[in-house]
Design a protein around this ligand. Structure first.
Ligand code: 5GP
Length: 107
């Protein structure tokens, strides 16, 4: 489904895009700023990352840092849910950028 959002076949509120990555507003935001950052290339999850994907993974983190700096000057959280037990519901690798309010401690 994210493949269709990334391709523009499904509408989304985009915060950033380039030739490798797209960042768009989560449809069910968990914080005032809640962006999904996904690669255009289809990878099912972080668990599928191979060594040759390391540069792409770094690029996704850079996109998160750029957006976080711009949109959440007080700080932000970067989350990747991986697999069923990790709470992943969409099978296309993505990061969640959360911010715009005080976030609680983990656990
Ligand atoms: P996951 O649970 O896989 O880590 O994250 C999937 C996220 O995608 C969820 O936070 C969910 O709200 C969001 N999401 C699911 N469907 C859509 C959609 O059609 N559009 C947008 N913008 N976000 C979606």
């Amino acid at each position: 489904m994210f493949c269709r959002i990334i391709a523009g076949a499904l509408p989304s509120r985009r915060a950033y895009e380039d030739d490798r990555a797209v960042a768009f507003a989560d449809i069910k935001p968990a914080a005032p700023v809640h962006l999904v950052i996904a690669p255009r290339q289809h990878l099912a999850s972080l668990a599928d990352l191979e060594e040759e994907d390391a540069e792409l993974a770094g690029h996704l983190v850079w996109v998160a840092a750029k957006l976080g700096r711009d949109l959440c000057p007080g700080g932000w959280r970067l989350v990747a849910n991986v697999g069923e037990e990790g709470g992943q519901t969409v099978g296309h690798l993505h990061l969640h950028l959360l911010g715009g309010r005080q976030l609680g401690t983990l656990g």
